[in-house]
Design a protein around this ligand. Structure first.
Ligand SMILES: [Zn+2]
Length: 332
């Protein structure tokens, strides 16, 4: 910014239809964009308690990693919603409000008060969201299971560390359900007790008929087109692993292209050029770098179908079993 220029604030405080004052977007934000650097005034300790005479209140506090911190304006005005437009991302020594979806200019910025919290008090909710639960539970483990699953990637690293046993695996395996590499990933996930996810074509199409029902958590896309579900898997997962046999071609090449286009982390391994244990070492190192910066990773695994790469299922399965064993929820 040049001298004399006035910064346009990204957020503003005004009266809210949810309750009292709220925080609003002064411009449009895209999903994943930082909205605001949260104003942490100070840490509240026995030596430096809240000073009610100065308007400092317990409901303006946040509780990161067992500490108590006082949140200042404008962030203390963020209202709760059961379908929040934003969440708080804790990074090193700072925290940010981050858009959970596209937020148009003028829309209220909301967070779900039940994220990163256990044992808090409950109170009635009037947030007005279509999926309002009627109560702010103040405990993320009391949320309905589907909501817990949806919020899993939003949890802070410190919260995951403190509640690792209760939260379970930090990895979810995604694929498009095709024969070959896709199925090897799903089978390893089932074997290790890791959750499965991902999009399959409408009608659960695959080259051997339909995607078997044991992969029940895979969702059907609106289109029967393989490319469309590839696009959705790359978009909705956090990172993509491509296991090829030789140079990537066809759908495998399209997956790589798509991951690079949308800017997701991607690792390509040629299983015909190295041993499965060498490949596993590389996958493991790459995964470690991913989980170091995320509380939860949806890993999309893609590669050739069985008819295009004979033997790929067995090699991919061995590689993934070695690479993912450290994240297993149970011993195979
Ligand atoms: Zn609500």
């Amino acid at each position: 910014m040049r001298d004399g220029e006035i910064a346009t604030p990204a957020v503003e405080v005004r009266s809210s239809p949810i309750e009292g004052l709220g925080l609003f977007a002064a411009r449009a934000f895209h999903p994943g964009e930082r909205l605001h650097h949260v104003n942490v005034v100070r840490e509240v300790t026995p030596e430096a308690p809240l000073r009610p005479e100065l308007g400092e209140r317990a409901d303006h506090c946040d509780y990161p990693d067992g500490r108590v911190v006082l949140i200042g304006a404008p962030d203390r005005h963020v209202n709760h919603s059961c379908d929040p437009s934003a969440y708080v991302s804790y990074e090193e020594d700072a925290c940010y409000l981050v858009a959970r979806r596209a937020i148009p200019a003028g829309a209220e910025i909301t967070c779900d008060y039940s994220i990163n919290v256990t044992g808090g008090s409950a109170w009635p909710c009037h947030c007005g969201a279509a999926r309002c639960r009627g109560t702010v539970v103040g405990d993320c483990f009391q949320l309905p299971p589907d909501i817990q699953r949806e919020y899993r990637p939003l949890l802070a690293q410190w919260f995951v560390r403190r509640h690792a046993a209760q939260l379970g695996p930090r990895l979810e395996i995604w694929s498009g359900g095709q024969t070959g590499v896709d199925r090897s990933a799903l089978d390893v996930a089932l074997e290790l007790g890791l959750p499965l996810g991902g999009w399959v074509p409408r009608g659960r199409l695959a080259e051997d008929g339909v995607v078997p029902s044991r992969y029940e958590s895979l969702r059907e896309a609106d289109s029967p087109d393989y490319a469309e579900r590839t696009r959705l898997n790359v978009r909705d997962a956090d990172a993509t692993l491509v296991l090829a046999m030789g140079a990537a071609t066809g759908g495998t090449a399209f997956t790589l292209e798509e991951a690079r286009r949308v800017g997701r982390p991607v690792l390509e391994i040629d299983l015909s050029a190295e041993s499965t244990s060498e490949a596993a070492v590389r996958v493991r190192a790459w995964l470690e770098s991913l989980v170091a910066t995320r509380s939860f990773v949806r890993l999309n695994v893609a590669g050739p179908r069985a008819s295009q790469a004979p033997g790929v299922y067995a090699r991919a399965r061995q590689t993934l079993r070695d690479a993912l064993a450290a994240y297993a929820a149970r011993t195979p």
